[in-house]
Design a protein around this ligand. Structure first.
Ligand code: MN
Length: 229
């Protein structure tokens, strides 16, 4: 639960992202957020509150309510709790440069333990996280119901899959078509316009053949490093 990596990657004089001084203070329930991030590669950042920070995964295709979809989720560094309300533009030249939208948010529970207090659920979730097998129930506006977040064996430290479990919220409708901020009802283009961002033309989602094309921020960073050499 360290923000060392988060802080190391960013220059807070240059980015409007939160420095992460405040820890979570929610006592009643645990929060989650999904941020749509128009970086080098458009992706969705899926973040779960645990231990006062946000455990984070970059999901290139975004969450799906269809239990047949297995969405790759690359675990990235913990983000500060107050990142959950961040919407705006990370200026060019900074880590993760691009526009960020609060695409969905809400509370969540450890599956099967929603009658337990948040602190107890958190302990269960941390144990599941360690095992690489999280089972959660999300109460968002777009993302709802039970999900599994499972670490892929033999794919390094960071590759996980986000999979909808079968329940009443399961559906084949594509929730990524709902493309407005849950916080401000703005589109990515509107947020970019309002916050000094660049409105990029996006090609249709690439077919994911090679893992390195599914860039999460850490890989993106590694790629840039390689280029500099
Ligand atoms: Mn991101």
């Amino acid at each position: 639960m360290s923000l060392t990596q988060y802080k190391k990657k960013r220059s807070f004089k240059k980015t409007p992202e939160p420095e992460g001084k405040k820890k979570s203070s929610s006592k009643s329930n645990l929060k989650f957020v999904v941020q749509k991030h128009d970086a080098t590669n458009l992706h969705y950042d899926f973040r779960l509150e645990m231990e006062g920070v946000l455990k984070s995964w970059a999901v290139p295709k975004g969450p799906s309510l269809n239990p047949d979809d297995k969405r790759l989720a690359m675990m990235v560094e913990d983000h500060p709790y107050d990142y959950r309300t961040f919407e705006g533009t990370i200026p060019a030249g900074n880590y993760g440069a691009g526009t960020v939208m609060v695409w969905d948010e809400g509370s969540y529970d450890a599956m099967g333990f929603d009658d337990k207090p948040a602190k107890e659920q958190e302990k269960i979730l941390l144990a599941e996280l360690k095992k690489g097998d999280l089972k959660i129930v999300l109460h968002g506006e777009k993302v709802k119901g039970a999900f599994a977040l499972v670490k892929i064996k033999g794919r390094g430290e960071n590759a996980w899959l986000l999979i909808k479990k079968k329940d009443d919220e399961a559906s084949s409708s594509d929730i990524t078509k709902k493309d407005k901020s849950v916080k401000t009802k703005r589109s990515l283009a509107q947020i970019a316009k309002d916050t000094g961002g660049e409105i990029k033309k996006k090609a249709p989602a690439q077919k994911a053949k090679k893992a390195p094309q599914l860039l999460d921020e850490s890989e993106e960073h590694a790629e840039k490093k390689k280029l500099r050499k």
